[in-house]
Design a protein around this ligand. Structure first.
Ligand code: AP5
Ligand code: ZN
Length: 217
């Protein structure tokens, strides 16, 4: 199964992607996590990406598309993947279509997670992520780790993302509305979009997502 997850920052894409990827037995590919891994390894790509990410802007398409393509071509992704945070504008969506066409593959669905702005702001403000693996995500109130500041999964140190400051979140939301939301119409014209509410407990959202992915368009 090949699925794209879309939704505003803080909607819970990463949280749901980890669970859905496990249920559907496909790899979770997050361009945000790939960039963060490059930043912590201090690669050239990481140095370039950091300045854009810290400001809440998109990393340029050329490097983002090359990185995503490289990851999608890894052996574990031949039978499917769950894309989280990619594509993020129409140019990236077109590049993905082109790549899929060349490989004679198709997308099955675009899962659109909806959450109101005041909720996503609260989710981002309380988010803590693991230094060792940024797919290990917690929330100080909604999903607290057993020991404050320590990852339940691997024991790594929990920290607040540099781009989770109030100002940067405002920019990220604006970037989402102006650059990312247009891909929803792009995919609607292909009949792929399944919109669900991202409100309520994490388990309920996962159930809703699995139902939406099962249903025929
Ligand atoms: P990225 O890492 O993709 O961030 P994002 O899209 O802003 O999304 P977030 O990670 O903030 O939120 P999420 O929806 O995954 O929510 P989460 O599950 O963590 O991108 C970061 C940056 O990288 C971009 O700004 C850009 O610069 C760059 N980038 C990445 N991809 C790019 C691309 N394709 N092109 C160009 N640039 C790119 O949940 C949030 C919090 O809420 C957590 O604390 C969680 O525990 C909690 N929570 C989750 N679900 C629930 C629930 N149901 N109830 C209560 N709390 C919940
Ligand atoms: Zn961890």
């Amino acid at each position: 199964m090949r699925i794209v997850l879309v939704g505003p920052p803080g909607a819970g894409k990463g949280t749901q992607a980890v669970r859905l990827a496990e249920k559907l037995a496909v790899p979770h590919i997050s361009t945000g996590d790939l960039f963060r891994a490059n930043i912590s390894r201090q690669t050239e790509l990481g140095k370039l990406a950091k300045s854009y990410m810290d400001a809440g802007n998109l990393v340029p398409d050329e490097v983002t598309i090359a990185m995503a393509k490289d990851r999608m071509e890894q052996p574990d992704a031949v039978n499917g993947f769950l894309l989280d945070g990619f594509p993020r504008n129409v140019a990236q969506a077109e590049a993905l279509d082109e790549l899929l066409r060349t490989e004679k593959m198709t997308l099955e669905a675009v899962l659109d997670l909806e959450a109101p702005e005041d909720e996503v702001v609260k989710r981002i403000a309380g988010r803590r992520i693991c230094r060792k693996d940024s797919s290990h995500v917690f929330h100080v109130a909604y999903n607290p780790p057993q020991q404050e500041g320590v990852c339940d999964i691997c024991g790594g140190e929990l920290y607040q993302r540099a781009d989770d400051s109030e100002d940067t979140v405002r920019t990220r939301l604006e970037v989402y509305h102006t650059q990312t939301e247009p891909i929803i119409d792009y995919y609607k014209s292909q009949g792929l979009v399944r919109t669900i509410s991202a409100m309520g407990p994490v388990d309920e959202v996962t159930e809703r997502a699995l139902e939406a992915l099962k249903s025929e368009q």
